[in-house]
Design a protein around this ligand. Structure first.
Ligand SMILES: *Cc1c(COP(=O)(O)O)cnc(C)c1O
Length: 467
């Protein structure tokens, strides 16, 4: 039976998978979640052990898209999405010591885990758009990883124009070049003369403001509020746990966390029947979730720049999806809480907090500790971590409960994406870009510099749309 998707704030219309794929944010300001999750029995999970990554992905994702995408089409889209990865295992594991593992999620085209979701999302979108004979415009703001993964996911799409705004001269050169050297006609890089918040404000204003696109074109969001992104990330929790003896023994995960999308997928995997013991929220000094678990207060603080920039956030937008469950899926309660949160802080109920603490542990890691961890793991294990993943391995050791359960840290980015942090750690070794990006610094770039002015940006977009 096809899954119905409902909003966390209880007032938007229910949608099918195709609807949530195109919707992004719900019309009541909430986020879409499945009304019911598929559940796999122990026997079904045991049978998944023999599957390669694309077969497993098909098995797990099929119930979510039923009614919107035929099985054969889904299988083909999955094969194409993960066919772009540079490692035959798609998500290989590396053993750090007796029971500590790293799940390498950086073998996709842009060297970060976001490729897992965005390689599939671009193809799913293009598939349903072709069927509907519609074209859309994707608009997003990026401080780094999301933009390049979204661009790589959409560059071959025939029904999509993608516009990514980045703050001019304020993203790292590797990250900028990963976006601006993609020269496909439907890819548009806009360098905005402002900071990341300015870029985000332009995108937000375009989604909520008056329609500015030519008739028949709508705007689609590809940030992690899009349900399809979360869904795709469930798969690798199963993949890792099965490789380490699941479902016959529970496995722990430590997840470098920003917007709470990645670790929320781990929570869903557990709800779907996968034996997971601990889920560790690993944060940098932007520690809104760590403070929440400690105090019960969800409170926004100003942004602090860190050496793990992809986790520099003030609030974790996907946390609303968990709150919905913590409050027994009471949309009215979430609506009220999120409205109060506009003031900057809310207190969660004792029962919600008891549940949250039962589900998650957390650890906040400073820049200095991150650098020391990169060095320690290099010296003791001969393995080079990027700063985000290093936060994960440190948190894994700090929070590990039962040492008999394997602990898997999600390695969310390749170290060559963050060469400055690796150099600062003093390991005395430069991480090398993989072969497919080795000539990144010789490639031609294309981007347009624009003032941080909404009408200017929107006029440019309308003129640039390909037909
Ligand atoms: C996006 C990102 C994260 C954070 O993931 P969330 O789903 O936002 O919690 C962590 N590490 C890297 C390298 C990222 O790009």
């Amino acid at each position: 039976m096809a899954i119905n998707y409902i909003s966390t704030r209880g007032q938007a219309p229910n949608l099918d998978f195709e609807g949530v794929l195109l919707a992004g944010l719900a019309s009541d300001g909430g986020l879409y979640v499945p009304e019911q999750l598929p559940r796999f029995s122990r026997e079904q999970i045991l049978a998944m052990r023999a599957m390669d990554y694309p077969t497993l992905a098909f098995e797990i994702l099929q119930p979510f898209v039923e009614g919107s995408i035929e099985p054969d089409d889904l299988r083909r889209l999955i094969d194409e999405a993960y066919g772009s990865f540079r490692h035959a295992a798609i998500a290989p594991m590396y053993q750090l010591d007796n029971n500590q593992w790293v799940l390498e999620l950086f073998h996709g085209p842009t060297l970060a885990f976001k490729d897992f979701a965005l390689q599939l999302l671009g193809r799913l979108l293009d598939f349903v758009l072709e069927r509907r004979q519609e074209r859309v415009v994707i608009m997003g703001a990026t401080s780094g990883d999301t933009g390049s993964a979204a661009i790589e996911g959409c560059r071959h799409c025939r029904y999509i124009d993608i516009f990514i705004l980045h703050p001019h001269e304020r993203v790292s050169e590797v990250q900028r070049r990963q976006m601006t050297t993609v020269l496909d006609a439907n890819v548009h890089n806009l360098a905005v003369q402002g900071n990341f918040d300015d870029c985000q404000a332009m995108v937000k204003a375009s989604f909520v403001g008056p329609d500015f696109l030519p008739e028949g074109r709508s705007l689609v969001a590809v940030n992690s509020i899009n349900w399809a992104r979360i869904m795709a990330q469930i798969v690798y929790y199963f993949y890792a746990a099965l490789a380490l003896g699941g479902p016959e023994r529970p496995v722990n995960f430590s997840v470098p966390t920003g917007n709470f999308g990645d670790i929320f997928a781990g929570y869903l995997a557990r709800c779907m029947g996968l034996p997971i013991d601990q889920l560790v929220i690993a944060t940098n000094k932007n520690d809104v979730l760590h403070r929440l678990l400690a105090s019960g207060e969800y409170a926004r603080r100003s942004l602090e720049q860190s050496i793990s920039p992809s986790m520099d956030i003030t609030v974790s937008s996907n946390f609303e999806r968990l709150m919905f469950d913590l409050y027994d899926r009471d949309g009215a309660a979430i609506n009220k809480l999120m409205q109060d949160f506009d003031g900057g802080a809310i207190q969660l109920s004792d029962s919600a907090m008891a549940r949250a603490r039962d589900l998650f542990s957390s650890c906040c890691v400073s820049d200095q500790e991150t650098l020391e961890e990169i060095t320690r793991v290099w010296q003791q294990c001969g393995y080079l971590l990027d700063p985000h993943s290093a936060i994960g391995t440190l948190a894994a050791r700090a929070c590990q409960g039962n040492p008999a359960h394997p602990m898997v840290t999600l390695a969310t980015a390749h170290p060559a994406k963050f060469p400055d942090a690796v150099a600062a750690s003093g390991v005395g070794r430069e991480p090398e870009l993989p072969a497919h990006l080795a000539d990144l610094f010789d490639r031609r770039e294309e981007f347009t510099v624009l003032a941080k002015d909404l009408p200017t940006i929107q006029r440019h977009m309308v003129d640039a749309i390909t037909t």
